[in-house]
Design a protein around this ligand. Structure first.
Ligand code: 1CP
Length: 351
């Protein structure tokens, strides 16, 4: 295996000293990059891009070639798991993901099979292997999955949602059915992430994009518990190194202590939480990732620098910070502002 030339990201997750704060960006490969749009057009549609190993590898490397990010992330989507479970994922331009066969009844849930990644999602592990090979040790590769709760919202609503009427009705009316679904998803995610790790992923992140829409009690029971089950089921060591796991619940600022209790290595923060207070709350138990408002990237270089400095100052000195946005970058951002962001993190965090 080639040696890792830049291990800042893994060192920060292990709470070891770094020469400067590592930075990457959620959705760093994506529509704000003209070179991404070109390859996406060539592939035809988004899922064809994910399933084409060479093109998926190419777009994963585009942000690494263009900016000084300290980590690469697999190019794929969280909805590959429901697709492999037979729900029939498709994307409608401008409307986001949809399923041909969303889950409607208890029988639909009973009939679901747990994902066998090697059989059903080989295109994902093939992409992991190729990206890892092409990175050639420049930066570590992050694998990812959705959280069971977040995957279930799409499977039951059949598409993106604002109010989550169907899954919330099930949560209060037929909680056992929902638990059955979440359990099958947790086992599928464990299988999926362990396959990514054995194919070369050097860290993994679980995206719990919709955990923040749950009540306090429901969050612990229907989202956190299943992420904890996943953390306990993951292979945490590979190729002679620890494989850290990051949990990101958008809107999860009130549950940081609970998240740290799962045994994860890092917690992703959205921009509504002050990172300095978050650090005081979790102490030295986990690293923190985040958390600039993605909308800052719509401003200009000096405003971006100001916001970067203020987050670095709030975190303070010492170990355990990975810089990121508080959620994914949006398609309207000027790539020059991304460069200003990455350079500012490195410049102002230099030890
Ligand atoms: O038209 C296009 O090119 C599709 C846009 C797109 C992209 C670039 C989608 C559709 N997915 C992706 C890639 C993607 N999705 C990555 C790649 C790696 C990277 O970060 O660069 C990752 C990690 C995801 C994860 C993902 N997909 C999440 C969790 C993170 C988040 O942003 O909250 C979610 C919720 C999805 C579902 C999804 N896939 C695509 C869209 C537009 C959506 C969101 C729909 C919604 O808002 O409900």
């Amino acid at each position: 295996m080639t040696e890792l030339k830049n291990d800042r990201f893994l060192r920060a997750l292990a709470r070891q000293p770094v020469d400067r704060t590592p930075v990457w960006m959620m959705r760093q490969a994506g529509r704000y990059l003209p070179e991404y749009r070109k390859i996406r057009n060539q592939a035809g549609d988004f899922m064809s891009l994910c399933k084409n190993t060479d093109l998926a590898c190419e777009v994963a490397l585009q942000p690494i070639d263009r900016f000084n990010f300290d980590a690469a992330i697999l190019f794929s989507d969280i909805l590959t798991i429901p697709d492999a479970m037979g729900l029939g994922l498709y994307f409608v331009e401008g409307e986001g993901p949809k399923f041909h066969k969303p889950l409607r009844t208890e029988t639909d849930i009973n009939d679901l099979n747990i994902v066998d990644t090697k059989r059903d999602l080989k295109y994902v592990t093939d992409a992991v292997s190729l990206i890892r090979r092409e990175l050639n040790g420049r930066v570590p590769l992050i694998g990812f999955s959705g959280s069971p709760w977040t995957l279930a919202t799409y499977m039951i609503e059949g598409q993106s949602s604002r109010d989550f009427p169907n899954i919330k009705m099930m949560l209060y009316k037929q909680p056992e059915s929902l638990h059955q679904l979440l359990d099958k998803l947790a086992l599928s995610v464990i299988n999926y992430l362990n396959a990514q790790i054995s194919s070369g992923a050097q860290a993994v992140q679980i995206f719990d994009t919709w955990g923040g829409v749950l009540s306090h009690d429901a969050y612990a029971e229907f989202s956190l518990a299943y992420m904890e089950k996943i953390v306990n089921g993951l292979v945490r060591h590979s190729e002679g190194r620890d494989v850290p796991v990051i949990l990101f619940t958008k809107g999860g600022g009130q549950w940081l202590e609970l998240l740290a209790d799962t045994g994860c290595d890092g917690i992703g923060l959205d921009w509504t939480t002050d990172i300095g207070s978050a650090r005081r709350r979790v102490g030295d138990r986990v690293a923190l990732q985040g958390n600039m408002d993605p909308a800052v990237l719509r401003s200009d270089q000096s405003s971006i620098e100001y916001q970067v400095k203020s987050i670095l100052q709030s975190y303070g000195t010492g170990v355990g910070h990975i810089f990121n946005l508080g959620h994914g970058i949006t398609p309207d951002i000027d790539p020059n502002n991304v460069k200003a962001f990455v350079d500012a993190v490195h410049q102002y965090s230099q030890r």
